[in-house]
Every structure is written in C-alpha cells, then in structure tokens.
Design a protein around this ligand. Structure first.
Ligand SMILES: *Cc1c(COP(=O)(O)O)cnc(C)c1O
Length: 428
C-alpha cells in the first residue's frame, strides 16, 4: 500500500526572528540558577509587578469584577470593539489629559495592549514592501509582530545622553516612500524615560512630513515620578494621525485580565479617509472580544477607584527607582546614564573592560544568575548590547538585597579585585 502523505505541515510564520528572543534568554538564565543556593531568587528580568506581594490584588478592582458578574447583565456576546459604556469610560478616562476630547467611537476594547498592537500592525501590513520604524532599545514583541505581518523593521535610536529621546535626525534618514508608521513607547520600556510635550510635538511634526502614522504604546501611562509629567501622543492628533495603545495590565497590576484598548486620535479624519478605521473594525470582526463581565466592570475601575491605587503603587516604584539608581551608580563597572522617570525599568550600562572574566551582557546575566540567583535581562534582548534591563517593580526588601548581590558580584569579577585581594594578603 502506498504511504499517504499528510497535506499539512509546519507554518513558517510567525516566527521569532530576533537574535536572542526574550523567552529563550529567560530559559537560559533559569537553567543556570544554582539549585543549592538557599537565598530567594530575585526576579528582575520580567516586567511582572503582579508577582510581587507589595503590589497585591487591589480589592476595589476585584469588587468591581464581582459586581459585574453577579449583576448577570454581562453574560451575552460583546459587540465588535466592545460595549458602549466601557468604551465611553475609556474615552473619558483618556480625555482627561487631552486637548481634543475623545468619543466612544474612537475607542476599541482589546484583549490587552498586545492585542491592540496586533490589530494596528495587521492593518498596516499592506503590500509586502511596507516598512515600519521601531525604537532601539525597544519592546521585542513589536519586532515579532511586524515580521509576522511582513512589515520590514527599521530602527531609530533612543539617545541615553539625552534622556532616551528619539534620535530625530535618524527618523528622516530611515524613512522612505514605503514607510507606513513609527512606534514610540511612552513612558518607556525598557528605558524608563518620559517624553516631554516639546519632544513629542517634534516627533509628530516629523511624522507628518514623512506622511506616516504614529503608534504610541502608553501602557505605562501615569506610572511617572520624575520631572516630566506624562503627555499622551494623542495631544498631537491634529498634527499627525495617532493611534494610542493601552491597558489595565500595568497600572492596575492585572495583566492576566486581558483588558486593553486601541484609540484613534484623528480630528482631521485622515485615518477614516484612508480606510484605516474600516480595516481596524474588520480585524476586530475576525478576532474575539474582551469578556463582557470585565468590560462591565471597566467604568467602575476607571472611574472612582483609580486614584488611590495608582498613587500607592507609583510611590513604591518611585522609592524603588531612587534606591536602585543610588545603589547602581556606586558600583564600579556599571552605570546608569539616565535616571528613570516612569514605567518600571532601568537601563544599566556595562563597562565590559572593567571586568576580568565577563564577555558581554548575556555572559554577565548568566553568571549573576548562577552565582547570586539574580535574574536580569541582557540588553541584547531589547536591542542594546552590553546593557542590562533591570525591572525595579519588585518588593523593596528584595531590591535592597539585589543591589547588595550585584555589588558583590561586580566586585568579585572586577579586574581590580585580584590586586585588592593581594593587597589585603599583604597587609594581613
Ligand atoms: C507589558 C507591555 C505590553 C503588554 O501589555 P498587555 O496589556 O499585557 O498586553 C505592551 N507594551 C509594553 C511596552 C509593555 O511593557
């Protein structure tokens, strides 16, 4: 009998194409942990505050969900893009900081910020030769998405010596007639920067000249604690069409609830004229909607319950940033050119030449996992070699411990450590 061939086979897409995908780096780090180290593992590689007890479950937010479930009003299917009351609630919530107020029609509810990003990148896919501009360092998920949408990725630099502002000159030289959009992340992951009003306006003006859409990932909106207040890119919608992306995940510390939004800021109707709004809706017809009981709780979550939550958590993150920054700048071999003002990360620069036996950032992270049970993401995972991305949203006591371990690790591997030991031998 002839062997029947199967008609299906592995799809080559989407595939992870970045040099060192975050998930495989994390696997490498975890596999290097020393099982006999009795000290607790300090998880500074993930951006997951919900893992740290100090950020705990927020009772009022949980109550809003329970009320929505018990009301039995939210058991049906959701209309595409979400129910009207929660879309209105998002429009009102985001309009607080905007000159052009939003209407519920500008808001689409999504299953988290990632789903919102997936929507807009799918919409922009267009012809095979389209390209999109991403920040470097950045959030690797975008690269993954773009590749699976056949969008060529080009990177503009964020400049550490200028508080991680966009290298505006490079934008103009990167873009060509096939460039469709640029992405910014504000407040920044991984840099912890918060763009000024003035800088965002310049970005908007350049994007308008290039004729491209600005996609602004604002998932850390209002997690700010420095001199620059959070300004939404949505404020510049009259200069250039803007799509903002956000979610409950980070601010309300409930990433597993999967509630986010895609919002269009387009007072001049350019997106509508170009059929983009229709395409966004078309995509939502195809994908599923946010569970209705979570939508039902949203007006309550965003409305009266919001302030206390964010100020408490932002205070914890502010303190953590201060102590982390202070600790790091005192350690030879590592430095932090720009103190974070928002989000939950700090970018730390490695001076590889200061170490006697550390090859690069990945080697540093593998060794500190092994020797100190501290997990840190190597910069290469976010596009910047010989840097580290450190998550500061962990419990304050662990953070203090982490700084001590980092200090002893750097001391032990420093080129100077040998001579110090000899010197100590000498005097004893
Ligand atoms: C965490 C994160 C996301 C993902 O948000 P979800 O709401 O969990 O999908 C998106 N963008 C950035 C920059 C993030 O750090």
């Amino acid at each position: 009998m002839m062997m029947k061939k199967w008609a299906f086979q592995r799809n080559s897409e989407p595939k992870t194409t970045s040099e060192t995908p975050t998930s495989s780096v994390l696997t490498i780090l975890m596999s290097n942990l020393n099982q006999s180290d009795r000290r607790p593992i300090i998880p500074m590689a993930h951006g997951e505050p919900s893992l740290s007890p100090c950020f705990g479950t927020i009772q009022t937010t949980a109550d809003a969900i329970a009320e929505a479930v018990h009301s039995a009003k939210f058991n049906g299917y959701s209309p595409t893009g979400g129910l009207l009351p929660p879309r209105r609630a998002v429009a009102e919530y985001l309009s607080q900081g905007l000159t052009n107020k939003l209407s519920p029609d500008d808001v689409f509810l999504t299953m988290g910020c990632k789903h919102a990003a997936q929507n807009i990148l799918t919409v922009l896919k267009g012809s095979k030769s389209n390209n999109i501009l991403f920040p470097k360092p950045g959030f690797p998920y975008y690269e993954f998405l773009a590749r699976s949408c056949h969008l060529e990725v080009r990177y503009f630099d964020l400049l550490p010596e200028k508080d991680w502002e966009v290298d505006l000159d490079s934008l103009e030289s990167l873009a060509d007639e096939n460039t469709v959009a640029m992405v910014i992340i504000n407040p920044g992951n991984p840099c912890g920067n918060v763009f000024t009003h003035q800088h965002l306006k310049k970005v908007a003006e350049i994007a308008r000249n290039l004729g491209i859409l600005v996609i602004s990932d604002e998932v850390y909106d209002h997690i700010t604690f420095g001199k620059n207040p959070f300004v939404s890119m949505g404020n510049f919608g009259s200069i250039v069409p803007v799509v903002t992306l956000g979610s409950l995940s980070k601010r309300f510390v409930v990433p597993g609830w999967r509630l986010g939004w895609l919002v269009t800021h387009d007072p001049n109707g350019i997106l509508k004229q170009h059929g983009i709004i229709e395409s966004i809706k078309g995509y939502f017809h195809m994908s599923s909607n946010v569970p209705t009981f979570i939508q039902g709780a949203l007006p309550d979550i965003l409305g009266r319950r919001e302030d206390h939550i964010s100020s408490k958590n932002v205070n914890i993150i502010r303190e953590a940033t201060n102590s982390c920054y202070k600790g790091i700048i005192d350690i030879p071999g590592v430095s932090c050119p720009s103190k974070p003002e928002g989000s939950i990360f700090i970018m730390v620069k490695l001076d590889i030449s200061a170490f006697k036996d550390i090859k690069d950032d990945l080697d540093f992270c593998v060794k500190i996992a092994k020797e100190e049970s501290v997990l840190i993401l190597p910069g290469i995972s976010v596009g910047l070699k010989n840097w580290l991305r450190v998550t500061i949203a962990i419990d304050p006591s662990s953070l203090e411990d982490a700084i001590k371990r980092l200090k002893s690790f750097c001391g032990r591997h420093s080129k100077k450590s040998k001579s110090v030991e000899c010197w100590l031998d000498h005097i004893s």
